[in-house]
Design a protein around this ligand. Sequence first.
Ligand SMILES: [Zn+2]
Length: 401
Amino acid sequence: MLSRVARRCGVLALPVFLALAPVTLANAEAQAEAGQAEPAAVNNWHVREIDGVEYVPLEDLRSFYKLMPLQPKGRKVAGQRMLGNGEVELVFGPAPRELFIQNRLCALSHPVQEDASGDLLVSRIDVLQVIEPVLRPTYIANRRAVRTVVIDPAHGGHDTGTVTAYAREADVVLAVATRLGAELRKRGYEVRLTQEQNQYQSPQVRVDKANEAPAAIFLSLHLNSGRSDMKGAQTYTLAPCGKNEKPLPGHEFSQSSMALAMALQSAMVEKAGAVDGGCRRAHFSPLNSLRCPSVMLELGYATNPDEGTRLSSEEYQLKVVNALAEGVDAYARVMNPATVLQVQKAPVVETPPAPVKVDPAPPVKAKPAAKQAAQPRKKAARRRAPARKPARPANRRNRRR
Ligand SMILES: [Zn+2]
């Protein structure tokens, strides 16, 4: 089922058909705050606070998104809870911060909780900033068409990034960024690279280049490092701010950034064949200050012999470039305001208008009931009259004299 959905909707598998949920765009916009649209039904949800974090019962989520509890097809995994509707599948667990949307890992910012009756609770911020923008990207309040893609090969010059026997981070990310830029230009985007010749650029310069670009998205490219057995591509967006913290500039686009992360991460797995390390959230410095949808991509581990060697090969770099370009396209399609309505416009039939038949007014009978019924209309007519007949007050004055 999932592969069928993925094919039909492109790499994103974003179920825009969930717009059937009883919320209008106008409602969502009315409740938007700092770019974070809130499903209108949230007011009816049984929100409760646990350790200073607001939580929503899974049952409310199920009802809002019109999902059913599902049973796993294979062996049941302890601690996992599944919801779905034949088009969309959400799997919570087994780890408390793990959510799989369409079988793609989206790490939650707060662990799911279980109440005394065994019901699961999901943090409200994860519902709004992880689940909502992936399930209903067309409801993102400040979504906008993509014009510019700012690509950030994040290391250069004296800053070589991770260097192993298998891959040199600065070289790999610059090669991928240069090829990706050329590919995206071919696809009609304006492209800006934060550096093009293996130069060091300070984080502030990279942020400024993105914030100056019109209607931009920002992709920062990295290679990961860790134990030699660790592997997989990961896509990071800015972590949410704490309860009493002031939102950072990057928080304005939390929802769009999540949709972009899902588009790129899905493409990396499906098109480039990367191991799915998931969409994750963290407070990485450039993401804090960017005033546009932005992600940080760890394309793979330079420290893993297989992955590092593969990342250094031109053949795999071309696969990554193609995957990321497809991901940008998938995101841009969903962010285009024209994708809201997918109904074919009915053809206009040119026919002359039929002559309007006017029935002669029936003779007025002086019945008391008819008089009473007619009075409110007469009053209304009198109230409207001065606006249409400015000469009338003059007549009144004449009468008084
Ligand atoms: Zn790096």
